[in-house]
Design a protein around this ligand. Structure first.
Ligand code: F0G
Length: 406
């Protein structure tokens, strides 16, 4: 087990009660200080004795690998997307396709670590609020661990594939009257009363697993960092996780260059991007968030302040994209690269295109877009934006007639 401490990210106070998710002294968010001495005895190449995936980086993880709860998460492809790169005028564009995780999103990386920790604590009931993917991932890992699971979902606003997953894995699926922020408030109340162990990303063990996406990109590029990493920002923990991975590699002296971390939000749910536009380190919550990218339909991101730190510290950027830009980017990725991502994930590609057009991204940059979830999670949005199937008689002539059309 890697030595580690749970501390307040603001005042450094150590927190020992695993059911506490905010600093009892100053109310700050928690983070985990990993003792890197085990990793420091190695070289990056030594990591490759294990297969690509979260547990290749066990020396950076605050749980004991020996009793991990795993469904082989991580190890996703990093595509060199040449046709996309040509279309957006960034020849060295890459896509890290997180939709190929076991439950189809990057959340599995956090859950393997979060649920393993819950198991270490002896938790019997785990829970989370979710826009969909977190609930799908937690439901699966709770099943694997033999734990009871409750997921709190904003009613009517969760993509069908994600809802189907949570129901399928046997979680208690609670459809809460309100948006994600309301559902999270209820889940947190339950956790505060110790009726469940909360596995939202406010739990600092979750981002620890999610760090691995950055380790993998660096590993897949031959232990080189890209110039920039672009990712969608919702509740804002993933960009913090990516930042933390960079800081740990830097502390080890394994990297010099830290990529410019670039967060993309949907225009209708953009508290972090609004704060960035004003150069602020605090954000103002958005009351009624709205976007086709339901995964990031969040007005009061728990880790918003951490996201802003990650962006400012790396000289990154934060921008908004419209729903139309998101859908256009989703199609572009499908038509040029054969990759099907969900709308929130397409936000990173929409951001790549927009920021290149604005001149913020230079043509010669190496850019990795993290595409966080699989397109099959949200078939309704896909079907709303593609042509209908073509009625066809059972004859060769009719097929020929149809193929002759544009
Ligand atoms: N992309 C997808 C596909 C997501 O599901 C999420 C978050 C994000 C991006 C944003 O990541 O919150 O760390 O900034 N989904 C959460 C959920 C909120 O409940 O599944 P973040």
């Amino acid at each position: 087990m890697v030595e580690h401490k749970v501390v307040c990210w603001k005042c450094g106070n150590e927190v020992k009660d695993p059911y506490v998710n905010l600093c009892p002294k100053c109310g700050g968010l928690l983070t985990i200080r990993i003792d890197l001495s085990k990793a420091s005895e190695k070289n990056p190449e030594d990591l490759r004795q294990k297969p690509l995936g979260v547990w290749r980086y066990a020396d950076f993880m605050p749980v004991d690998e020996a009793h991990k709860v795993s469904i082989q998460e991580g190890g996703t492809p990093l595509y060199k997307t040449e046709a996309l790169g040509a279309a957006v005028d960034v020849p060295n564009a890459y896509v890290k396709f997180e939709g190929l995780n076991p439950t189809g999103s990057f959340k599995d990386r956090g859950m393997t670590v979060g649920v393993s920790h819950a198991k270490e604590l002896g938790a019997k009931v785990v829970g989370c609020a979710s826009t969909g993917n977190t609930s799908a991932a937690l439901s699966a890992y709770a099943s694997k661990a033999g734990m009871k699971c409750a997921v709190f979902l904003p009613s009517g606003k969760v993509a069908m594939g994600k809802l189907a997953q949570a129901l399928f894995f046997g979680a208690k699926v609670l459809s809460v009257d309100g948006n994600f922020d309301d559902a999270l408030a209820l889940a947190r109340k339950m956790a505060d009363e110790r009726k469940l162990y909360l596995l939202n990303s406010i739990n600092p063990y979750r981002p620890e697993g999610q760090k691995s996406v950055m380790f993998e990109i660096w590993d897949q590029l031959g232990f080189e960092m890209p110039d920039r990493v672009i990712l969608p920002v919702g509740n804002a923990a993933n960009i913090w996780a990516v930042y933390k991975a960079c800081m740990e590699l830097k502390e080890l002296g394994w990297i010099d260059k830290v990529p410019k971390l670039t967060g993309i939000q949907a225009a209708g749910a953009a508290p972090v991007a609004n704060a960035f536009a004003e150069g602020a380190t605090e954000f103002v919550p958005v009351g009624s968030p709205e976007t086709v990218a339901t995964a990031i339909r969040i007005g009061n991101p728990v880790s918003g302040q951490k996201a802003l730190k990650a962006i400012y510290d790396t000289k990154g950027y934060c921008a908004t994209v419209t729903d139309d830009e998101i859908i256009a980017a989703q199609k572009l990725l499908g038509r040029k690269e054969g990759i099907c991502v969900e709308p929130a994930s397409a936000a990173s590609v929409a951001g790549l295109k927009k920021l290149r057009e604005m001149g913020i991204i230079e043509k010669d940059e190496t850019v990795a877009c993290i595409c966080t979830g699989n397109g099959l999670k949200d078939p309704d949005t896909i079907l709303a934006n593609v042509p209908k199937p073509i009625p066809c008689q059972n004859s060769v002539e009719d097929v020929e007639r149809i193929l002759a059309q544009d």
